[in-house]
Design a protein around this ligand. Sequence first.
Ligand code: FRU
Length: 497
Amino acid sequence: MSPELERARVYEEENEKRILPEERPMFHLSPRVGWLNDPNGFSYYNGLYHLFYQYYPYDSHWGAMHWGHAVSDDLIRWLYLPAALAPDMPYDRDGCFSGGAVTAPDGRQLLMYTGVRKEKQPDGQIRDVQTQNLAFGDGKDYEKYDLNPVLTAEDIPEGGSRFDFRDPKLWQCPDGSYRALTVNRHEDGSGQALLYRSEDGLHWHFDRTVARNRNRIGVMWECPDCFRLDGWDVLLASAMDMLPKDFEYHNGNGTFCLLGREGEAENGFENAADFAVDYGIDFYAPQTLLSPDGRRIMIAWMQNWDTCNLRTKSRPWFGQMSLPRELSVRNGRLFQTPIRELEKLRCCPAFYENVVLRDGELTLPGVKGRTVDLEVELKQDPEGDPLRLFRLRFAANEQHYTDLLFTPEQSILQIDRKFSGSRRAIIHQRRAKVRHCGGALKLRLILDRFSAEVFINDGEQVMSATLYTDPEPGDIRFYAEGSVRMDVRKYGLKSAV
Ligand code: FRU
């Protein structure tokens, strides 16, 4: 083992003790210690789910990237394993960036990741050069491949940049051959998704360009994934530096989906529909896997780059994953639902039907808490005035709260964490255009200690946001202007361990 990896392993083991279990999210994965960003190598190997992550153990800020590692048998309860990769080779000394995992022909686990190396250019500038590299392991310890890197500037089609060439996502095809989907910067300045193939997992060749941005959706793309689902070809990627587009895309980095009929991936997704994957504030760089029972499951970094490295209360950890979400395609949309294994944590139910809410605020006995699975179905109230505003206030006490605000006339659902306890001038609100019928709308709120994920209309849209509210505020309150009927199903979520 290299001294760099050994140092990281010793450090994380000694320092994870500084974090009390109640100071972490209850069922969302956070770093063992220090910093976490993108999910990497999300896969099922030897009877367990593996999730690696972009990791800097030594600080709660981004630094030279390692790969952290955790395993789970249900995607809810995670067990930390020792750090898997450290930047310890000439080709990755400035970071082991994002990548994927797959099972190698000999049964070992095969990781492919981006190695970053700073290099002085002829014009004197220092630039990051990015190559793809392999490591093989037994599910716990990994050895980098002697012949790394396996994909370099020479494998990029003409005009592509060797400075932006990263984030390979791996999968195995039914015929046993392998694919790696990477992103690269085209000479038009924006991203493209390049596909590579290999028969043995060791020798890789350029196959084709799967999609080109042409400066339509942000600029450079990151962390691509591609799969077939319900008769559709789906490409997910995260775009940097987006301009807003109606209520679909917001400024900054965000994740989009290209959705084309089966076969579209062969056309470069030229006729595919595009839309946002999450309409909230914190969601980036998702990866998916196919579970042994055939579910396409997605997990993402529940954070956004513009709200990192802020002057906040010092914590020994920063960054968390989203809840794993089951994907399906319905009516030309990508639906996401909380992974069903979450239901094992449910306790303390409180159900109400046809609660009439007219011009005022209401609380319901038993409907409270900070780790909660709450379904609220809004229905028209035929006897009352039309609904003008509905508000669901949660993680609330008199001083702090986060709101979901629904205005049927505009068809807008807004998440607002302005009063959540945040002390920074960051984005606190985001709005999404939602489908509803005369104010009838379905919401499912998954609340953990430091986050809220809102699944709208059975998962047709999702809004995710991190919260930095103290643990105490746990009230949930309903408010309406005009009239509405509600069905409310609330479960507490109990500790996963
Ligand atoms: C996306 C990303 C990736 C890169 C990694 C570095 O969030 O910028 O493109 O591999 O993070 O940590």
